[in-house]
Design a protein. Structure first.
Length: 90
């Protein structure tokens, strides 16, 4: 049983405000997320363990981007997304 059998995947972009650690300028950045929503119907070829796993599963989002590039033209350095969650349950 694979996660693709349980979830439908779709990419989304969300705006987030971050400050560059080098130039300290705050800007809005587009952060890409992979949204996984539980399928309405369970696949037919499931045993008891897979059926229990399907029942317990719920929708969640996984952050795709780990690094951002500063929008300040003088800086333009890459920085890691600070202390933002990488997985969010919906």
């Amino acid at each position: 049983m694979n996660e693709r059998d349980i979830f439908d995947e779709r990419q989304e972009t969300k705006k987030a405000s971050f400050a560059c650690p080098f130039c300290r300028e705050r800007n809005e950045y587009d952060v890409r997320w992979l949204k996984r929503t539980k399928k309405k119907n369970s696949p037919g070829r499931m045993n008891e363990q897979d059926r229990a796993r399907f029942e317990k599963s719920r929708n969640y989002m996984v952050r795709v981007d780990d690094m951002l590039m500063c929008k300040n033209n003088r800086c333009r350095r890459r920085f890691e997304i600070p202390s933002a969650q990488s997985i969010v349950f919906i």
